[in-house]
Write a protein that binds this ligand. Structure first.
Ligand code: ASP
Length: 437
């Protein structure tokens, strides 16, 4: 039996017209049972998200400054939606409570969470669905980590009592009952948690784009959409900067192998992207997507007979660990080894890291090169296709791009290439054109 959980992002619930679109989508399919709502997002380019207004109020109050102007703006946003939709709902007592909490410096997360709380309340009323407060069904542990067992149990029970319901995204409660939020964009995570607890057959994530594109549309002109992508491929692409869905949103549905469908509220006729546990269905291209980021540095260590020295890699990595730096890649030669790290994480610790490596492994030479970009070419089709790497490298050579590092992931799902940051855009275009055009 089909059961869908839907999450609507802030831009899909920014004003009354969007609420109407959302209601049409939800009501057009009776298997759409549970809806997770974000706070009202931007109505146009220079608008401010309600969540950001709430954070602003909190900061003003903490500074003992007057919150009236910003708070009135927030009230106006909700009242405009309520009045335009013509629903019978008075949020005055709720606004008063939030205002009171601001004056008493109640938690920052509590204030931020009220954006989704109020929006979900309006949506529930408009749809005629039950409102379920996330505080009562989403739980965190004492250390702030998400408590999946308790949440799953309590949420499952709560959902079983209502055929149709709206749940605010972004937050839950701590063991002492106070409110805690996920990181920014966390309503995606709530949607995934609800999908798992409801044993949904599909998690529809409604946003303002028609799914994932094969490359960043800010760099590649009109890139092709991705029809189907596996959880693992998506992890690789998101890690490298593809952002449509919160990174942590994959984990809850992964347990139950529930597919996610990214859809566009403004273009419901588009099929969007399906994120699935596994897929034999090959895409139209050998690669599924390309993503990348700048801002990496390499630390290279040279030492004769390095390959015979037991524990050398561990000692180098220990220095990074001691300095709180996590490494991204670790390509090595016979007498050289390179560790790729983010430039930002290295910057303050650079002198300590170099001194630590010198002390720990006594190298002949150790040096840092900055200004590196990494590109990840990702695709489940690469395992079976021969010559993919050759095509990548040839396309880069033709575009006159010098390759500084190559790392083929052990999953054979990706090939990572390091290039000079100045060559990043040229490299991305070269690879995209080789495989897609
Ligand atoms: N409203 C929150 C934010 O702006 C959470 C979300 O929209 O997912 O980050």
């Amino acid at each position: 039996m089909s059961l869908k959980v839907l999450k609507f992002g802030g831009s899909s619930l920014a004003d009354a017209n969007h609420f109407r679109q959302v209601a049409e989508i939800v009501k057009s399919d009776p298997t759409r049972h549970y809806v997770v709502a974000s706070a009202p997002g931007k109505r146009q380019g220079n608008d401010t998200k309600v969540t950001d207004l709430l954070y602003k109020c909190y900061a003003l109050a903490a500074n003992e400054e007057d919150v009236t102007k910003v708070f009135d703006e927030i009230k106006q946003r909700y009242n405009d939606i309520i009045n335009d939709l013509g629903i019978d709902l008075d949020l005055t007592p709720k606004f008063d409570r939030i205002r009171e909490a601001l004056l008493h410096n109640t938690g920052r997360d509590y204030i931020a969470s009220r954006g989704e709380y109020l929006n979900a309340m309006i949506l529930a009323k408009y749809l005629g669905f039950q409102f379920i407060d996330a505080k009562k069904v989403i739980f965190f542990n004492e250390d702030g980590s998400f408590n999946s067992e308790k949440t799953n149990e309590v949420l499952r029970e709560a959902l079983s009592e209502h055929e149709y319901a709206v749940i605010p995204g972004f937050y839950g409660s701590m063991p002492n009952g106070t409110i805690k939020t996920f990181s920014r964009g966390g309503s995606d995570v709530t949607g995934s948690i609800v999908a798992r607890a409801a044993s949904a057959t599909l998690y529809e994530n409604w946003t303002d784009v028609s799914g994932f594109m094969m490359a960043d549309p800010r760099i590649i002109d009109n890139p092709k959409p991705i029809k189907t992508i596996t959880y693992k491929e998506l992890r690789e692409l998101s890690y490298m900067g593809a952002t449509v869905l919160h990174e942590d949103a994959i984990f809850p549905v992964r347990y139950s192998k529930i597919p996610i469908n990214i859809r566009n509220t403004n273009r419901p006729e588009d099929k969007g992207t399906f994120i699935v546990p596994e897929s034999d269905d090959m895409s139209d291209y050998i690669i599924t997507g390309i993503a990348g980021r700048t801002g990496f540095s390499s630390v290279t260590i040279e030492k004769a007979m390095m390959n015979t020295e037991l524990g050398l890699g561990r000692k180098v990595l220990q220095v990074l660990e001691d300095n709180g730096i996590s490494f991204e890649h670790f390509p090595s030669g016979i007498d050289t080894m390179t560790v790729i790290v983010s430039t930002k994480s290295l910057s303050e610790k650079r002198a300590d890291v170099l001194a630590g490596i010198c002390k720990n492994v006594n190298p002949e030479n150790v040096f840092v090169e900055e200004n590196m970009a990494l590109l990840a070419v990702v695709g489940r089709g690469m395992v079976k296709a021969k010559g993919t790497a050759a095509r990548i490298f040839t396309s880069l050579a033709r575009a006159n791009v010098n390759i500084r590092m190559i790392d083929q992931g052990s999953s054979e799902l990706n090939i990572i290439i390091g290039v000079d940051a100045n060559d990043y855009i040229t490299a991305l275009n070269a690879i995209y054109n080789e495989f897609v055009k």
